[in-house]
Design a protein around this ligand. Structure first.
Ligand SMILES: [Zn+2]
Length: 459
């Protein structure tokens, strides 16, 4: 891979741009349709959107840092006009059409589906929804801020913050390996050579839709800001209504945390024939009490998840939640595994205990799959929020204005989806070996700065 051999041949950004144009027709199909509400725009919106995408790819984290790259030679070839100031970047995002950015994300999804990177809809598509809080401040606030009173030692203070609900599409595809399913003990067996040989009991993949040699991709489909006066679930329902309309067949199952265990949320998703699998942790609920009453009397199944030994209880068709328009199933996984402590190298036993409520029937989903779905909810924490904050600087307030914040985050989703697709589908395994995505982002950053040295600093 020439990118790694030396700074003079670093061309990751050029390759990423060229690949995005080839696969997604990025300039024409994603960027060009995006408009903003300026009356007499001097700078094309496309310049702003493309600059913003590259800012996230290079993980620059600020508009001023982006401004320092204005002389980079890559801009001349890709932008329809010279780069603009940090002030213009913020102002145009504040006036940008968020719906048109969402259509761009939809185009990425459709292109990947056409390229067989996504599973076909005969399999079970999975979405995770979760809220994420950002931009907490006592001083800086805008018209979209939520407020809460913090009881501090120095007295009560109003804290301002933003929270948005994100929807991430998940799926599993076997990479280079065949998978078999053994329902005997509910364990999932991944076998590389001879079917039935237990190599690992990793979580099962979805039904096949993409070639087996392709790695999985996670897509950030959309987000919805929580508005003042409403709770997270209300924002999630508005998000899901829009996403189900735009992507009616992209997913069949929605995963969510315990906050979403409400009858209105369940009934809202049952109407368009979506399934749910939600953490059950509220001990006051009749559903919880009924299930808990049976744990001591009904023998669990034994199962495994990776290196964990599990005890599984599975109670289908419970009628203890009459407000939901159908019977609900409760699945519990009590998991035990050992960890070697760094300090004294001794083994210590760890346990975790999870209970979920789901509308999936036992005929549709075995206990092992239901447990796997339950754990997969963490993907949105690990692969969306944590990564977006720590690597992509997506929580930064680029412009303290609600529409600007919504649009910057949507551009971050666009950049994230394209970069992850590039990583999974374009980069060869030997080029990626021993490197991380952050390393590649650093190469993009270096490429952006390499030719941007001001004249007076030239030797
Ligand atoms: Zn605000």
């Amino acid at each position: 891979m020439d990118a790694i051999e030396g700074a003079k041949t670093v061309t990751v950004l050029r390759r990423l741009v060229a690949w995005s144009e080839k696969i997604f027709d990025l300039s024409a199909a994603v960027v060009a349709p995006v408009t903003d509400r300026r009356l007499q725009p001097r700078i094309p919106t496309a310049v702003v959107v493309k600059s913003s995408i590259v800012m996230f790819w290079a993980r620059l984290g600020s508009l001023n840092a982006l401004g320092l790259t204005s002389r980079a030679s890559c801009w001349k070839k890709w932008l329809p006009a010279p780069t603009c100031s940090a002030d213009t970047m913020g102002r145009v995002h504040a006036l940008m059409d968020a719906g048109e950015l969402r259509q761009g994300i939809h185009h990425i999804y459709e292109s990947l589906k056409r390229n067989k990177a996504l599973p076909d809809t005969q399999g079970m598509g999975i979405a995770v929804v979760d809220g994420h809080e950002s931009h907490t401040s006592y001083l800086q606030h805008c018209s979209g801020c939520l407020e809460r009173t913090m009881h501090l030692e120095t007295g009560d203070r109003i804290q301002f913050y933003h929270r948005q609900v994100t929807l991430m599409l998940l799926w599993w595809l076997p990479s280079f390996e065949a998978f078999t399913w053994n329902s005997g003990i509910g364990g999932y067996h991944r076998s590389k050579h001879s079917p039935g040989t237990v190599v690992s009991t990793e979580y099962p993949p979805m039904l096949p839709g993409a070639p087996a040699s392709r790695a999985p991709i996670r897509l950030l489909l959309d987000h919805e800001p929580q508005r003042p006066g409403e709770d997270e679930v209300a924002a999630a329902m508005r998000l899901l209504e829009r996403v189900i309309h735009a992507y009616p067949r992209a997913f069949d199952l929605v995963l969510a945390d315990g906050l979403y265990l409400t009858a209105p949320f369940f009934n809202f998703l049952l109407a368009p024939r979506k399934h749910l699998l939600v953490v059950l942790k509220d001990e006051r609920r009749n559903l919880y009490k009924d299930a808990a009453g049976m744990f001591d009397f009904i023998a669990p199944q034994q199962g495994t998840r990776g290196s964990r030994d599990c005890l599984w209880w599975d109670f289908p068709d419970l009628l203890s939640w009459p407000q939901v328009n159908r019977a609900v199933r409760v699945v519990r996984s009590l998991e035990t595994w050992s960890v070697r402590r760094q300090l004294d190298k001794r083994e210590s036993i760890q346990t975790s205990d999870w209970i979920w409520a789901t509308t999936l029937s036992a005929a549709q989903t075995s206990t092992a799959w239901a447990v796997g779905f339950g754990h997969q909810r963490w993907d949105i924490e690990n692969h969306a929020f944590n990564e977006l904050v720590s690597q992509w600087q997506a929580d930064h307030v680029f412009k303290p204005e609600p529409n600007a914040m919504e649009c910057f985050l949507l551009v971050a989703f666009l950049a994230y989806n394209i970069f992850h697709a590039f990583w999974a589908l374009s980069l060869k395994p030997q080029a990626k070996r021993g490197t991380t995505q952050s390393f590649w982002a650093t190469l993009i950053c270096a490429e952006l700065h390499g030719r941007a040295i001001p004249g007076f600093l030239s030797p």
